[in-house]
Design a protein around this ligand. Structure first.
Ligand SMILES: *[C@@H]1O[C@H](CO)[C@@H](O)[C@H](O)[C@H]1NC(C)=O
Ligand SMILES: *[C@@H]1O[C@H](CO)[C@@H](O)[C@H](O)[C@H]1NC(C)=O
Length: 459
């Protein structure tokens, strides 16, 4: 090739590369959502902004009905021999849990347990939003600073995931100079927060609701923490209202939807050393066939819920046994994928059946499984994706902390996370734990939050 031809060829390639980059890596404007969208089932009325104390108090009808359904449940389909949890929840294990539910799980005690922290509801954009609100007792003479912190759960979790971590965050800890006033809402359509009857309640709209909740509680600026969907809601909060946040702590840091990073990730799967440090490489490799097969095996639920949440929801609303299987299965495989090999699903290594059933009960007694699953459809539909929201990084003014637990279901190297979180101030990788870190390892989880917040607060 002649010199000139080479030059032209090179320029054309560079131009194509630029077009490719500009198209895929373009950062869209931050979407604007109307502040007054009315999500309530009634016609819009003047909002009742009062904050009402709330106690869980499940009616006798609901409890008698549950008992009846557990009593008449059909005999389970026996599992295949020696398959652990590889065909889904093993019915021998499920039977054990259901027996515990029927014979040992004592709702009047569990309800008392669940009511141990102050709870409230307040109406926001037409929906009654439920939240726990726990304030620390701090000796006035001490120089421990109280900071507001919102904790956000995901699916198939609930506020229950945080019960063990609440005392660790709200009681002054030795050697720590901060402590938290925690606000823990149920996501709209989850547990005791009302569901909308209108399409469009995605994680960004939830962020808008929770910003209003914090405003109403007098916290113009606060910390937010989230895992699973809670991590998405916290990220949207950060992008939509950066001036309201001291910092954002996540235990599910992801830069997945950004096409730009996805390309890099794929590149990294072939040439890992281009994007990851030596320690990080085992986290997301071998990306080849095994990695994708593993993710495919674990994401069928997501495809169903992102497309037809109501259909599967109907079955789960009818059957407490089915609901328990569907929810608790996630607490085996997402806590440790190797537990799929175990007949007992490994569950009791990290949880008690009471803890797991508390969470199932929150879905059962509120009849909220279908509405909880709709979040996937609201998030993965064309309309929301067309906003390109996931291509917007968190703004540089908000410090971000990422805690990465060993068995988290998707993990990425820091070089990719930095494309999403422009001010990533804190990253820790733990050699233990999985997707439900607050529930599973409350000490490690709370320590990571303290470390992150002290880093920022001491500056
Ligand atoms: C639940 O409601 C019933 C009937 O209204 C009432 O008698 C009972 O004290 C309530 N229990 C709790 C824990 O609030
Ligand atoms: C459940 O716990 C309560 C309070 O501890 C107790 O009074 C009641 O007998 C228990 N119910 C059963 C069925 O064990």
């Amino acid at each position: 090739m002649g010199f000139i031809l080479k030059g032209i060829f090179g320029l054309a390639l560079a131009f194509l590369g630029y077009l490719f980059y500009a198209k895929l890596c373009k950062v869209p404007e931050v979407p604007h959502f109307p502040e007054d969208t009315w999500w309530g089932k009634s016609e819009p009325v003047k909002e009742d902004t009062s904050i009402k104390p709330f106690k869980i108090n499940v009616s006798k009808e609901i409890l008698d009905d549950l008992k009846h359904r557990l009593d008449i449940a059909l005999p389970m389909q026996p599992p295949l021999n020696g398959v652990g949890q590889h065909y889904g929840m093993n019915s021998n294990l499920l039977q054990k849990i259901v027996n515990h539910w029927k014979n040992k799980y004592n709702w009047s005690e569990r309800q008392k347990f669940l009511n141990q922290y102050p709870q409230y509801t307040t109406q926001i954009q037409g929906l009654d939003i439920h939240f726990l609100h726990v304030k620390p007792k701090v000796d006035k003479a001490s120089n421990v600073k109280v900071l507001p912190l919102m904790l956000l759960h995901g699916w198939p979790g609930s506020v229950r995931e945080f019960y063990e971590v609440i005392p660790l965050l709200t009681k002054p800890q030795k050697g720590r100079n901060v402590v938290f006033e925690v606000i823990i809402p149920s996501l709209p359509g989850y547990g005791f927060s009302e569901a909308t009857n209108k399409p469009g309640m995605n994680a960004a709209r939830m962020a808008q609701i929770f910003k209003k909740l914090m405003d109403r509680l007098g916290h113009k600026k606060f910390y937010v923490q989230g895992g699973d969907w809670g991590s998405s809601v916290a990220t949207y909060l950060t992008i939509l209202y950066p001036a309201s946040l001291f910092g954002t702590h996540l235990n599910f840091c992801l830069c997945l939807s950004n096409m730009c990073s996805l390309k890099l990730w794929l590149l990294g799967s072939t040439f890992p050393s281009l994007i990851a440090t030596e320690e990080e490489i085992p986290l997301f490799t071998p990306v080849g066939e095994k990695w994708f097969t593993d993710k495919m095996l674990e994401s069928g639920y997501l495809h169903i819920q992102a497309t037809k949440p109501d259909t599967v929801g109907t079955a789960l609303r009818e059957s407490p046994v089915g609901l328990a299987a569907y929810i608790i299965e996630k607490f085996t495989t997402w806590t440790n994928p190797e537990w799929k090999d175990l007949e007992d699903g490994g569950l009791t290594r990290k949880f008690t059946y009471d803890q797991l059933l508390d969470n199932v009960m929150i879905y059962w007694v509120t009849r909220s499984i279908t509405t909880s699953q709709r979040l996937y459809s609201e998030q993965f539909n064309h309309k929301f994706r067309a906003l390109g929201f996931d291509n917007i990084p968190t703004p540089a003014e908000v410090p971000i902390g990422c805690a990465n637990f060993k068995h988290e279901i998707v993990q990425q190297p820091e070089s990719l996370l930095r494309l999403k979180y422009l001010n990533l101030q804190h990253t820790n990788s733990y050699n233990d734990g999985g997707h439900f870190a607050a529930f599973e390892l409350p000490d490690m989880f709370s320590n990571d939050i303290y470390e992150f917040v002290e880093k920022i607060n001491d500056k």
